[in-house]
Design a protein around this ligand. Structure first.
Ligand code: ADP
Ligand code: MG
Length: 567
């Protein structure tokens, strides 16, 4: 058996290459046995400014994590998230930080947000835990600083690992239990006829648009009595709060009264949150999708005829394509693509919708006859979406009472407090009936499944066969193409964005054959992911991926300007 190099070998090597050219750092690539763990130097950066070096530390568990938390997927994800978070919190108190130019001295792990996501920064197996992070190998100019590197490998990393692994058992247990409860709540929605649940005392508002932590002065949520349900959880016992039933739900109320804040919390309810977030008992069906107008987006042969037909100049809306969508066509497309992906809940906000897609009132119907208006407004389709296709909608709509006729539940936000005004709305319908005419027929219409062609997904760029990267949360660089995801509010982590790009490439290589529809392709990919984890996406080890939802991947594919589907 080949004996492993030891940490002393690494020290010696670093001494050898000290003050030499940066490229010689490549010589430390390899595996080293440390007293408490194994260190893998998987990839060494080419220069001090390049992407930092990829490191993995594998620590034996030695009974430090309860056996029951290593069995199930949910628990494992929670433990991994917890440890990644600890690593990240402990790091600043241990490391010196800057140790030269460029990225010298940096240690970074992709973990620790308000959400508990499936990631590969920490990977738990039966006997060991892998911590995967990146590290900037220290340099002055282009010269190796061997002593500085030694300090990082011999002191900082062992220190972070040691402290991270002093796991506070009680805190870990509360964390795992909270995640388990959230999964349990989300899974119990359907049997109660609900699509979402907001526990009493939840804190919904956030500090700011760029700070996802709870607003410290946030007023706790209290359910209206008539919508209050009590759900049981394995650890927190009975929890009461507002249940949003299937069907069409309106959120109404004056401006600034908290409508969008409620909807935002609901759209984040597809994810689990950390204890103390305020939304850790807010859950929504996992396939709920926020739909916005996204003018300017690309559309490839989507059947939007349920919403739009008879365009001027006879443009076909059964297979509608454009390089530059309008607000209304983009919103219609978003809905049809969501249905194609099999989603069961639509979330919409008047703030981010196209007016002419949402409403067309009685007076306008008099002025502009139906033959001259290609758009069938959402108000005429939202009910059919539920009755014909079982798709529920939660809609923030403070601006038009025309939706009263099609609503099953109406929640009014009044100074951040929800009130059930469904019967008041019924009363209004009785004494002030709407005189607008229903348009767009009696059935919702068909949803067409599209089959992508393989030349849609060329990841090459210049001399590189595969060049895929995330540039910020909302942009993927895929070969020569830039995928703009600006309107995907439920994309929450750049590690997801990165994964989407890589996942599209994986799907294209493995399952795109000119015969399989997009949704089927994604089923196959997610089946692979559930069996083998995120690591199947790349041939080498990284720690900066997080699992995106299938829906966001579909949305990314749909926005690729190179996408071509069969006719
Ligand atoms: P609307 O959509 O009804 O116009 P918003 O949801 O945008 O209102 O809320 C308006 C403001 O009130 C936001 O700045 C938000 O952070 C704040 N807010 C919302 N809900 C609460 C709450 N429960 N406690 C404190 N502030 C809140
Ligand atoms: Mg609003």
């Amino acid at each position: 058996m080949r004996t492993l190099k030891t940490h002393s070998d690494l020290t010696q090597k670093l001494r050898q290459i000290d003050r030499k050219g940066y490229k010689r750092y490549k010589e430390i690539q390899g595996v080293y046995q440390f007293p408490e763990f194994i260190l893998f130097i998987d990839h060494v950066q080419g220069d001090p400014f390049a992407s930092p070096s990829r490191i993995c530390v594998k620590v034996p568990i030695k009974g430090r994590i309860p056996e029951e938390f290593i069995q199930g997927e949910v628990e494992k994800t929670a433990v991994e998230d917890f440890l990644g978070r600890r690593f990240k919190q402990i790091k600043p108190s241990v490391i010196k930080g800057r140790r030269g130019i460029g990225k010298s001295g940096l240690i970074e792990i992709a973990a620790g947000t308000q959400k508990v996501l499936k990631r590969n920064a920490v990977v738990l197996s039966h006997d060991a835990i892998e911590f995967r992070f990146v590290m900037g190998l220290p340099a002055s100019g282009r010269t190796i600083l061997g002593d500085e590197a030694s300090a990082m490998f011999m002191r900082e990393i062992p220190d972070i690992i040691k402290k991270t692994m002093e796991i506070p058992r009680r805190e870990l247990t509360l964390f795992v239990h909270s995640v388990r409860d959230q999964e349990f709540l989300r899974n119990s929605l359907v049997q109660h006829g609900l699509i979402a649940f907001v526990a009493d005392q939840s804190i919904l508002p956030r500090r700011s648009g760029i700070d996802d932590r709870p607003l410290s002065t946030g007023i706790p949520f209290i359910s209206p009595p008539s919508l209050r349900v009590t759900l049981s959880t394995p650890h927190a016992g009975e929890i009461s709060g507002m249940g949003i039933p299937e069907g069409v739900t309106l959120i109404v109320g004056g401006g600034f009264h908290g409508k969008s804040t409620l909807l935002n919390a609901l759209q984040m309810g597809v994810y689990n949150h950390i204890p103390g977030d305020g939304r850790e008992k807010v859950v929504t069906l996992p396939d709920a999708i926020k739909i916005k107008a996204a003018d300017g987006r690309y559309i490839e042969k989507v059947d939007i005829s349920p919403f739009i037909h008879n365009l001027p100049f006879g443009k076909n809306t059964g297979q509608f394509s454009t390089e530059n969508a309008s607000g209304s066509t983009s919103q219609a497309t978003g809905i049809m693509e969501a249905l194609e992906s099999g989603c069961r809940v639509l979330l919409m906000d008047e703030d981010t919708s196209a007016t002419n897609f949402m409403i067309r009132d009685e007076r306008m119907q008099h002025l502009v006859p139906k033959e001259k208006e290609p758009i069938t407004p959402f108000v005429d389709k939202v009910k059919q979406l539920y009755t014909d296709r079982g798709v529920s909608t939660i809609l923030v709509m403070g601006g038009s009472g025309d939706y009263f006729d099609v609503a099953d539940t109406v929640i009014m936000m009044d100074t951040y407090e929800p009130k059930d005004v469904t019967s008041a709305v019924k009363e209004i319908i009785r004494h002030t009936p709407s005189r607008r005419t229903h348009e767009g027929g009696n059935m919702f219409g068909e949803v067409r499944h599209r089959v992508p062609l393989s030349h849609s997904f060329d990841p090459s760029r210049g001399r590189k066969d595969v060049k895929i990267d995330a540039k910020g949360l909302f942009t993927i660089l895929f070969g020569q193409t830039q995928i703009d995801l600006q309107d995907l509010e439920q994309l929450v982590d750049i590690a997801q964005t990165r994964s989407i790009g890589i996942l599209i490439h994986y799907a294209a290589q493995k399952y795109v054959d000119g015969k399989t529809p997009i949704s089927k392709i994604l089923d196959l990919v997610y089946h692979d992911l559930s069996r083998h984890g995120l690591d199947i996406l790349l041939p080498y080890r990284v720690g900066n991926l997080a699992l995106p939802r299938r829906l966001e991947v579909a949305q990314a594919i749909n926005r690729m300007r190179t996408l071509r589907v069969t006719s």
